[in-house]
Design a protein around this ligand. Structure first.
Ligand code: BTN
Length: 260
């Protein structure tokens, strides 16, 4: 791995200052920025230190899935977030997703219409543009990883992802400079999760609900079976009206939309 001194036309230290983070590393290649961020946490780096890589060779998503991270075509980044206990930490994927959606719309315009799919997907036009993976380090820090497809054209995605993945530039229709974008996202994440408590605030609930792609949709939960998604609770569970009757609160596992 090579630590870059310049990125996107500016010294890395200039990006560090403009993104308002205490420590910034930008690598040409890493296995996973989350793994490097965990090392930084173990080595005592402060909260809000950030790591980016041009490409990841073992980028990962939730539930052991691989995260395809081609060089120069996305933002693959991890931020050290102070841990505030189990309940608050459990809300981080939702808060990071919501903060990222707001930051993207703030940069590009409300019309961008970023959607959120519980618990950690960012979508544009129903296709996945980004995802969040939060991992606790056990040392008072949670690593919040964000992967955002920025510059890919449809043909750049592996064939199995072409129907379901999209890049920001495909959604916007014009280039979006990654340096500025990373700053908007990191500052937004810092603001969005910084003061967060054990429950989502009414404002956060409204922000999620307005973008909730599953709301009113038929879904299948790994754990709870078939039903209709009717929203989320302030503690971050997905609420499902089960087909067999009754309300279920889903806390983990994956959920897929059922098209009938
Ligand atoms: C998901 O959708 O399942 C989450 C994807 C998270 C990908 C990001 S890219 C930066 C960070 N490093 C990783 O290895 N994963 C996260």
């Amino acid at each position: 791995m090579t630590l870059l001194t310049h990125w996107e036309g500016r010294p890395v230290d200039a990006w560090r200052a403009s993104w308002e983070v205490p420590h910034l590393e930008i690598h040409d290649a890493l296995g996973s920025t989350n793994d490097r961020a965990k090392e930084l946490a173990r080595n005592g780096k402060n909260a809000w230190a950030a790591v980016l890589a041009e490409t990841q060779t073992r980028g990962r998503g939730r539930e052991g899935r691989a995260w395809v991270s081609p060089a120069g075509q996305g933002l693959w980044l991890s931020v050290l977030v102070p841990s505030k206990g189990l309940a608050t930490d459990g809300l981080l994927p939702l808060r990071v997703g919501l903060a990222s959606a707001e930051a993207l719309e703030g940069r590009v315009g409300r019309g961008l219409g970023v959607q959120l799919k519980w618990p950690n997907d960012l979508l544009l036009s129903g296709k996945k543009v980004g995802g969040v993976l939060c991992e606790n380090t056990g040392s008072g820090i949670v690593v919040a990883g964000l992967g955002l497809n920025v510059g890919q054209k449809s043909a750049d995605f592996p064939p199995e992802l072409r129907e379901t993945a999209i890049s920001l530039e495909e959604g916007v229709g014009s280039p979006v400079p990654r340096g500025e974008l990373a700053g908007v996202l990191i500052r937004g994440i810092k603001r969005g999760v910084g003061d967060g408590g054990e429950h989502l605030t009414p404002g956060e609930m409204e922000g999620f609900s307005r973008r909730d792609v599953l709301l009113g949709q038929q879904i299948e939960s790994q754990q709870e079976g078939l039903g209709v998604a009717v929203g989320i609770t302030p503690s971050g569970s997905l609420i499902m009206e089960a087909e067999v009757g009754g309300r279920r609160e889903i806390r983990g596992g994956s959920v897929r939309q059922v098209i009938r």
